[in-house]
Design a protein around this ligand. Structure first.
Ligand SMILES: Nc1ncnc2c1ncn2[C@@H]1O[C@H](COP(=O)(O)OP(=O)(O)O)[C@@H](O)[C@H]1O
Ligand SMILES: [Mg+2]
Length: 308
């Protein structure tokens, strides 16, 4: 269910709100192939933060209600953050949880001088207006580095003063929201922890590293992706069982999960026949695609020279 709380145009571009369980979000958690202890840690940290902060004051817990997912791009952090809200709905007393997605890029690209106002408005007016009803709520701040940027790095930004004020606004709003509303948990994702503000990092209760997949993980991602396409192209189920997927995985060593998934489409577009019938994709198509993906980044990255 999509609830439209938007009151102005800027807000619409920077946030979405959904109440879980939501069928569109049900598969996200399982779609990310990751050591189960990492996922468990994320879900437990979220549930425990809600529990402890509901029953004890900040002076006792020193918890800010802030969890950070960090790691290389394309490793599933955003997907996990979204899936987390759905999983959380399975364990709350009322079997519900809300997901608020904040897109800092939308905020920070607001017109000159407007980003601080936008951040402040979102975190001090909008988020508290949701917190009031007591529903367990995950506020996903995706790619937080564009919002809570280190002051030392700020001189590189086009408008450093604005970035400073925006960072201060984020920190102040985090403090007041999580103190006032123990039913809120902020989950921030970051591809570049080094760019994050020290004061922001020191507020993080639990850091969770999301690594790129190892060889076994790459095989799993390929299998998972092929199987999920099998309802449309049945023979991909067989391809998912091919032992030479390991060889494909070896060729993809070092690739992030996103690139691994894209290898399948790269394999399908390698021949005219497989474009007409994607179900006819073979292990050799995948092997060849893996080389292309690692050589030039594969789909979407093979830009004409003049665009590079
Ligand atoms: N470990 C993984 N297992 C399966 N799919 C993955 C994995 N990592 C990334 N992906 C896929 O790559 C895409 C990008 O994931 P995303 O969550 O946006 O990554 P991030 O936020 O870390 O950049 C998604 O389609 C996701 O399903
Ligand atoms: Mg992301």
């Amino acid at each position: 269910m999509q609830i439209d709380y938007a009151t102005d145009q800027m807000a619409e571009t920077t946030r979405t709100v959904r109440v879980m369980p939501d069928p569109a979000y049900a598969g996200l958690w399982d779609s990310i192939v990751l050591d189960s202890s990492i996922k468990d840690r994320l879900l437990r940290a979220t549930a425990l933060s809600l529990r402890l902060r509901a029953q004890l004051p900040f002076e006792t817990t020193a918890l800010h209600g802030l969890i950070l997912l960090y790691g290389p791009p394309g490793t599933g952090k955003t997907t996990l953050g979204r899936g987390l809200a759905h999983q959380l709905a399975g364990i709350t007393a009322d079997r519900q949880a809300r997901l608020v997605e904040v897109n800092p890029h939308g905020l920070m690209s607001a017109e000159h001088g407007q980003s601080q106002r936008a951040v402040t408005q979102l975190l001090t007016e909008y988020v508290p207006s949701l917190g009031d009803d007591g529903m367990a709520t995950v506020v996903l701040i995706d790619e937080v580095e564009s919002m809570a940027v280190a002051r030392s790095e700020a001189s590189l930004a086009a408008n450093p003063a604005d970035v400073h004020r925006a960072t201060d606004a984020v920190l102040a709003a985090l403090d007041s929201n999580t103190a006032q509303f123990p039913n809120l948990v902020f989950v921030a994702t970051s591809n570049f922890v080094g760019a994050l503000d020290e004061a922001f990092l020191s507020r993080v209760d639990v850091h969770i590293h999301v690594p790129a997949p190892d060889l076994a993980g790459i095989v799993e991602i390929l299998k998972h992706a092929l199987r999920s396409m099998a309802p449309a192209f049945a023979s991909l189920d067989e391809l998912a069982c091919d032992p030479r997927l390991e060889e494909v995985a070896r060729r993809l060593a070092g690739a992030d999960g996103r690139r691994v998934r894209k290898t399948i489409m790269e394999a399908m577009l390698g021949r005219h026949e497989t474009v007409l019938d994607p179900g006819g994709t073979t292990i050799n198509d995948l092997l060849a695609a893996a080389v292309r993906v690692m050589e030039d980044g594969g789909i979407g990255q093979r830009l004409p020279e003049e665009l590079k």
